[in-house]
Design a protein around this ligand. Structure first.
Ligand SMILES: [Zn+2]
Length: 89
């Protein structure tokens, strides 16, 4: 019985893990767009922005549709990150 499972569960740590991923684009209240790295602290750690609204994942399909339908680019307001387009064959 020498198995260790120390790293599988970390509770009560000093730094909570963000629930938003830095390589995913999200939309929040008022249509703001941000990647996981540039989300507000509230959204980043709870998945809800400061007004309590749940943030939504913006997919590559959303980006493509906005580009096609509205001629706008959906991207992080801070760094311009866009979700990578997954090409299905
Ligand atoms: Zn960003």
């Amino acid at each position: 019985m020498t198995m260790t499972n120390a790293s599988t569960k970390v509770s009560g740590g000093a730094t909570p893990a963000p629930v938003l991923k830095p390589d995913v684009l999200y939309s929040g209240d008022n249509g703001r767009l941000f990647c996981g790295a540039h989300a507000g602290q509230s959204a980043k750690y709870t998945g809800r922005d400061i007004s309590g609204q749940r943030v939504h994942v913006v997919t590559a399909d959303d980006v493509a549709e906005a580009r096609r339908e509205y001629e706008v680019e959906l991207a992080c307001e801070r760094c311009g990150m866009q979700p990578p387009l997954v090409v299905l064959r």
